[in-house]
Design a protein around this ligand. Structure first.
Ligand SMILES: [Ca+2]
Ligand SMILES: [Ca+2]
Length: 393
C-alpha cells in the first residue's frame, strides 16, 4: 500500500514537471524532409521557408540570419553548431516569438490617401447620449435632419433582439450607402447590452467606420476590436474592403446576409500549447492536478462565415498536444477575424479561462506559426502560446 501511494505521488510530480514540450510529429517529419543527417542548413531552411511557410521573398542570406539569430536566443541549449539547426533548435525557433502569425515588417501598408470614410477607425470609448431620438425612432428622418444640419458623425443605438447576441441594426441599406461618403459611429447602449455580447462586426460589415465599445467591459467585443486593428501595422486605421466603397453596375449594395460563393478556405491546425506553467500559479486551474485544456478556434465575420469549433479536452497536461485541424470556408475573407481561445475544463463549475487572441485573416501568414495568447483584457501573457498552422486552400 505504501509503495503504491508513493508511486502515485511520483507520477504526480513527474507530470507536474512535464512543462517543456516535445516537437509534434508534424514538425519531426518536416525536419526530416528538410535536413540531412540531423542537420538543417541554410539551404534546407530556405526551402522550408519557401515551400512550407510560403515566404516567397526570402533569400539564402535571410535564412542564414534567421538561423543564427534563433541560435543566439537559444544559447542555453546544448547546441554545438552555430550555423545550422538540429531538430530541437528548429522546433524552438518555430515555437518562438521570432515566428509570429502576423507580419511585423510591412507596417502601415494600406493606401492612406483615401477619404477618411474609406477606413475603419479604431474607436476606443463611447459617450452615451441621453434622450437620443434616434434610438426610439426607426425612421431615417432624424438622420436626414441631422445630415442636413451638417452632421458627419452619426450615433445610432443598437440592441440585441430575442436571439442571444444578435444585434438589430437600424436601416441596413441606408446605413451602407451613407458610409461610402460619411462617417458613422455605432456603440453599444450600456444599459441594454452587456459589452461581452456586443458584436462590433455588425457595424463593420455595414461600413461603419467607428464602432465604439465600452472600455470598462471586456470579452468578445474587445477581443474582436483588438484583432481588427492589428491589421495595417496597428496604426488604428484599416482600409475598408472595396465592396463597401462602391455600388455595383445596377446600383446594388453589399448585403452581408447574401449567400456568396466561397472565395477561400482557411485551414487551421492547432498542434499544441505551452506556457501556462510559467504564467499561472500551479493550483490556478485545478488544486490537485494539472489542467485540462481545450481550445476553441473560429471565425468572426459575415453570418455565413461565422463559426466556432472546439478541440477535445486533454486531461492533466500543462503542455497539451491537440494536433487537430479545422477548415473554415470563407465567402468574405476581407472581413474575417480568426478567433482563438483556450479554456480549462471543470466538471463542477464554470470552465477556467486560459487565454485568447484574435487575428485579421487578411494578414495571416501561412505556414507553422507561434501564436501568443492574451488575458481577457487583452494583455499578452509572457509565455502562453500555441503552435499552429495556417493554409488557404
Ligand atoms: Ca479547473
Ligand atoms: Ca486536471
Amino acid at each position: 500500500m505504501s509503495k503504491q501511494s508513493y508511486k502515485v505521488c511520483f507520477c504526480f510530480r513527474r507530470r507536474f514537471g512535464l512543462t517543456v514540450s516535445e516537437a509534434p510529429q508534424t514538425i519531426k517529419k518536416l525536419f526530416e524532409q528538410y535536413s540531412e543527417n540531423g542537420i538543417m542548413n541554410a539551404d534546407h531552411f530556405l526551402s522550408f521557408l519557401v515551400e512550407e511557410q510560403k515566404e516567397d521573398k526570402v533569400t539564402k542570406e535571410d535564412a542564414q540570419t534567421v538561423i543564427e539569430n534563433a541560435l543566439r536566443e537559444l544559447r542555453h541549449l546544448p547546441i554545438f553548431h552555430r550555423k545550422v539547426f538540429n531538430l530541437e533548435a528548429f522546433f524552438k525557433y518555430l515555437f518562438s516569438d521570432s515566428n509570429p502569425p502576423l507580419s511585423t515588417s510591412p507596417g502601415v501598408h494600406h493606401d492612406m490617401t483615401a477619404p477618411l470614410s474609406h477606413y475603419y477607425i479604431y474607436t476606443g470609448h463611447n459617450s452615451y447620449l441621453t434622450g437620443n431620438q434616434l434610438s426610439s425612432d426607426c425612421s431615417d428622418v432624424p438622420i436626414i435632419h441631422a445630415l442636413q444640419r451638417g452632421v458627419r458623425v452619426i450615433e445610432l443605438d443598437i440592441w440585441p433582439n430575442s436571439t442571444k447576441d444578435n444585434v438589430e441594426v437600424l436601416h441596413g441599406r441606408y446605413y451602407y450607402r451613407f458610409t461610402q461618403r460619411n462617417i458613422l459611429r455605432v456603440y453599444p447602449k450600456g444599459t441594454r447590452v452587456d459589452s461581452s455580447n456586443y458584436n462590433p462586426m455588425i457595424g463593420w460589415m455595414h461600413g461603419a467606420q467607428m464602432v465604439a465599445f465600452n472600455m470598462q467591459g471586456y470579452g468578445r467585443s474587445l477581443w474582436l476590436m483588438h484583432g481588427m486593428f492589428k491589421a495595417n501595422g496597428g496604426c488604428g486605421y484599416v482600409k475598408k474592403p472595396e465592396f463597401l466603397l462602391k455600388t455595383g453596375p445596377h446600383n446594388e449594395v453589399f448585403d452581408p446576409k447574401a449567400k456568396l460563393p466561397v472565395k477561400t478556405t482557411l485551414k487551421v491546425s492547432i498542434y499544441m500549447g505551452e506556457g501556462w506553467y510559467y504564467d499561472f500559479k500551479h493550483t490556478h486551474f485545478d488544486a490537485y492536478s494539472p489542467p485540462d485544456f481545450y481550445a476553441r478556434v473560429g471565425i468572426a465575420g459575415v453570418p455565413a462565415d461565422t463559426d466556432m469549433k472546439k478541440t477535445r479536452t486533454l486531461e492533466d497536461n500543462w503542455a497539451p498536444s491537440w494536433n487537430e485541424e479545422f477548415q473554415f470556408p470563407l465567402t468574405v475573407p476581407e472581413l474575417a477575424l480568426l478567433r482563438i481561445e483556450v479554456h480549462e475544463y471543470d466538471m463542477s463549475e464554470k470552465d477556467d479561462f486560459g487565454g485568447q487572441t484574435c487575428l485579421p485573416v487578411s494578414e495571416l501568414k501561412k505556414g507553422i506559426r507561434a501564436v501568443s495568447l492574451s488575458s481577457r483584457k487583452g494583455d499578452q501573457y509572457n509565455s502562453v502560446k500555441l503552435l499552429m498552422r495556417f493554409d488557404f486552400v
